[in-house]
Design a protein around this ligand. Structure first.
Ligand SMILES: *Cc1c(COP(=O)(O)O)cnc(C)c1O
Length: 354
């Protein structure tokens, strides 16, 4: 069996060990004689998986008992709606920082539900704390920690009076951060944590009390907290994979993983910084360690680049359809050897076409 190097933005590469473990356990989960896919979500086999997933993510994120770790179906886009539904009361204003495409989607959704103020409108960039125009008494401040499409990433998070809410879909657990600075963090799992269609949500429990009585039960954070994400049948297999990924991250250690991510990104950025043929598209102060975006001298060369890279087993390098260019998504599970192969290919391609 041959595995390629996968640079897809999401769904994205998963740790090989995780896939192998899932494969080994697929038909007979821990001697139960059935697959975890076929097991009851109230049974002891799944129960242990669920409990370990919650405990591991709590540990990885350094959560005190003031916070709850939730698994919510629907991905990050569902959270674009659930956050304002639960946290934005009538007559209140939520501050949103517009840093690009994903922030824009979150804003659009929140505006369906309540009053939204754009605290900074910076196109594809990350604003400085001084550039933020925050509303006194805002319900919360929302930011997107890593803009997956443009490749811009917050390097430090702003101090805000209102609870800070972050869409961390594409960089959660790629680096340590202080959860106590946030009221709520959510992440679609398909970049750094597991399969698509599910989000990890970490919420300071008191915020879940805010939802109006008209919010449907299934859309309330309070329901998820009270029922430990088992109000209805959860995406059990996805949570199982997320549990295996959490074990993998714990084994690696968040600190070493962060250093490795910075080193991996550095290998590609060094080539972009050398100037000439490849040009990075994100501002150096806020360029992402997860999604590296760049252009070649023209679009014809970009097409050739993507085709030839694919032939050599370097897949998923096409930039998002809205911006074009090249994007290498190099999440936690993307191996260093993949980056080295990409860098070697880039040097060779430049030699031939530069
Ligand atoms: C991928 C992504 C999303 C969308 O996630 P879905 O799970 O498809 O809804 C939202 N925000 C960011 C930053 C993303 O990278």
């Amino acid at each position: 069996m041959s595995r390629v190097y996968n640079f897809n933005a999401g769904p994205a590469v998963l740790p090989r060990e995780v896939l192998q473990e899932a494969q080994r356990e697929l038909l007979d989960f821990k001697g139960s004689g059935m697959s975890i896919l076929e097991s009851s979500h109230r049974g002891k086999e799944y129960d242990a998986v669920h409990a370990e997933a919650v405990a591991n993510y709590k540990q990885l994120l350094g959560c005190s008992d003031d916070y709850a770790v939730l698994f919510v179906a629907g991905g990050a886009s569902m959270q674009f709606a659930m956050v304002p539904l639960n946290l934005l009361g009538a007559g209140q204003t939520a501050d949103y920082i517009n840093s690009g495409a994903w922030a824009g989607k979150a804003i659009k959704e929140a505006a369906h539900i309540g009053q939204v103020h754009i605290a900074a409108d910076c196109g594809k960039e990350i604003p400085t704390a001084a550039e933020l125009k925050l509303t006194p008494g805002a319900a919360y401040v929302h930011l997107t920690s890593n803009e997956t499409i443009s490749g811009a990433q917050w390097k430090t998070f702003p101090e805000t009076e209102a609870p800070l809410v972050a869409d961390m879909s594409s960089d959660i657990l790629s680096r340590p951060f202080d959860i106590n600075q946030f009221g709520l963090v959510y992440a679609g799992a398909q970049k750094n944590l597991g399969p698509s269609g599910i989000a990890l949500v970490v919420i300071r429990k008191d915020l879940a009390e805010r939802a109006a009585p008209t919010v449907p039960t299934i859309l309330r954070y309070k329901t998820f907290i009270e029922e430990n994400s088992l109000y209805n049948t959860p995406p059990c297999f996805s949570i199982y994979i997320m549990m295996l990924v959490s074990r993998w991250i714990l084994k690696k250690g968040l600190g070493p993983l962060h250093r490795q991510n910075a080193d991996k990104a550095g290998l590609i950025y060094a080539l972009l910084d050398a100037g000439g043929f490849y040009k990075g598209t994100a501002r150096p102060e806020c360029r992402s360690d997860m999604n590296i975006t760049f252009r070649l001298p023209n679009e014809t060369l970009e097409e050739t680049f993507i085709k030839e890279a694919s032939k050599q087993g370097l897949k998923g390098l096409k930039g998002h359809r809205s911006v074009g260019g090249i994007r290498a998504s190099i999440y936690n599970a993307c191996p260093v050897e993949g980056i080295e192969a990409l860098v070697a290919f880039m040097k060779e391609f430049e030699k031939k076409n530069g």
